[in-house]
Design a protein around this ligand. Structure first.
Ligand code: MG
Length: 359
């Protein structure tokens, strides 16, 4: 029987939800990343003994607390330093923050192995791949089949995409998620980031990962072995399944998620991803082929561009242009240090700001 106790919780600016969760789970610590939310959350929790922290320092302090596992679900490259802090403190990490692995690359994976901690994926596709490899022993996958829903604009032409509004892009067909990742799903940048994440997590070459568009989001990904056997993980599109497994691994527990009925689903379809139209995906593929600081550059350019798009300051197709432009503009470094990764992130953001303004 697993009993999960929560020591600490964090939020960016949503102090109302943070207060509710902190009281419900009797957290010892909370942290708001946005320093402007500090006084509000402090007032909300003034009648409790909960310690209130803020900013990057606060996030890293939470990540270093003595615990069994740190769940990193912050949005964007902000998650990089807390991930490294958790690993250095000897804490296992359940990672929902793909940008950390994309930008940090081997800095993160080396830090994890040097400290002997586990990195458990929460991203549904990577949890699926991880599950397909549970019990695979020494057999390494020859290929990873990374499934993609295709997002709300699957099959659309560039002409059709020109007029896409924020409201249209925020409507994902299968998953209910935060704004940034929903836009990333619409541009296919999310799949590009996940391709890079898969290369990092499972130590495969980029050409060993095949992106398969699967509109129903029932197969969450699959692996192929040398004998041609393909093992897939299936389930309803409910993030509680991968989140729970990351927390209880290697055990499986009862889950409130709806069970899958294949006969109700009926048909499963498969297709190819169009990286000619969805140029963010092309940029991500190019970046992981280059490796070094290139994935960090495309990731940071994308973060800046998506923030601008959400504020209606650029158009949908500008996101791909910003990402490809930053990849060409930012100086390539084959083996970046942590500082060089952080600097690359800033340089890519500056590139986007110079061309399109700030969010
Ligand atoms: Mg995913």
């Amino acid at each position: 029987m697993h009993k999960i106790a929560v020591r600490a919780l964090s939020a960016n600016t949503n102090t109302e939800l943070l207060e509710k969760q902190a009281r419900e789970f009797r957290a010892e610590y909370v942290c708001v990343y946005s320093e402007s939310a500090y006084s509000d959350i402090s007032q909300r929790l003034a009648d409790t003994k909960i310690k209130v922290l803020c900013g990057m320092e606060g996030l890293c302090e939470l990540a270093r607390l003595e615990c069994d596992i740190v769940v990193n679900s912050v949005v964007g490259m902000v998650g990089l330093l807390p991930t490294l802090a958790a690993a250095e403190a000897g804490n296992d990490i359940a990672l929902a923050n793909k940008e950390t692995l994309v930008a940090g690359g081997t800095l993160v994976t080396d830090c994890v192995s040097r400290n002997g901690v586990q990195l458990l994926p929460i991203d549904s596709e990577h949890s699926a791949i991880f599950q397909c490899l549970m019990g695979a022993g020494n057999n390494r996958p020859e290929k990873i089949l990374l499934t993609a829903s295709g997002g709300p604009f699957y099959g659309w032409s560039k002409d059709q995409l020109r007029g896409v509004t924020v409201e249209q892009a925020l409507k994902h067909p299968n998953w209910s998620m935060g704004a940034k990742i929903t836009i990333d799903s619409a541009t296919l940048m999310n799949k590009g980031l996940e391709l890079i994440e898969a290369v990092r997590l499972f130590n495969v070459k980029p050409e060993q990962v095949e992106i398969v568009v699967h509109r129903q989001s029932i197969i969450h990904s699959a692996v192929e072995f040398c004998d041609g056997a393909v093992i897939a993980q299936l389930g309803t599109a409910d993030m509680r399944i991968p989140i729970q497994l990351a927390l209880t691994y290697p055990d499986r527990l009862l889950s409130p998620a709806k069970k899958l009925s294949l006969s109700d689903v009926g048909n499963l379809t498969f297709g190819k991803a169009d990286d000619q139209t969805f140029t963010c995906l092309a940029a991500a593929k190019k970046a992981i082929a280059m490796d070094g600081n290139a994935p960090c550059a495309v990731n940071s350019a994308n973060e800046a561009a998506v923030a601008l798009f959400l504020k209606k300051k650029i158009r949908f197709l500008d996101i791909g242009e910003a990402v490809n432009g930053a990849l060409d503009a930012v100086k390539f470094i084959a083996n970046p240090t942590l500082q060089e990764i952080l600097d690359t992130g800033s340089a890519a953001e500056e590139f986007v700001a110079a061309r399109y303004g700030r969010a």
